[in-house]
Write a protein that binds this ligand. Structure first.
Ligand code: 5GP
Length: 122
């Protein structure tokens, strides 16, 4: 829900990136989202897209956040186009919680591409 924003501690690494306390290579940015390279890329294209407003993960989004969720997905597609990965195809992943392997408890979409990606994921 929208008030879940308070669940993200201010010292969360992506919260600090969103506030520009830590500089990153900006791949895409607008008033609502920021995209930057993953520090440990798993594919030739591996970009993270985060909302500037903090949420723990997609499970914390509510109906009032529908526009933000849409902006996150549109930004992921724009990242794929900007990095030349759209033609070959991309995978957009949102890990949420322990079973999904989420390691950073701040909503982020992985944009993966630039090579064939196996399915199903591990
Ligand atoms: P998760 O496993 O939570 O879905 O993904 C977290 C991602 O964040 C991982 O792919 C990890 O490599 C990336 N990551 C962790 N710390 C940093 C950081 O400080 N900077 C950047 N750019 N990526 C990070």
């Amino acid at each position: 829900m929208s008030d879940a924003a308070s669940d993200v501690p201010p010292d969360n690494i992506f919260a600090r990136i969103a506030r520009k306390e830590i500089s990153v290579q900006v791949i895409y940015e607008d008033d609502h989202v920021l995209a930057f390279p993953d520090i440990s890329p798993q594919a030739p294209v591996h970009i993270l897209v985060i909302p500037k407003r903090p949420f723990k993960n997609i499970l914390d989004l509510g109906p009032a956040d529908a526009e933000l969720a849409g902006k996150l997905l549109l930004a992921a597609a724009e990242v794929a186009r900007r990095l030349g990965a759209a033609e070959g195809g991309v995978r957009v992943v949102l890990n949420a919680g322990g079973d999904a392997g989420q390691t950073v408890p701040y909503l982020h979409a992985h944009v993966l591409g630039g090579r064939p990606l196996a399915w199903p994921p591990g």
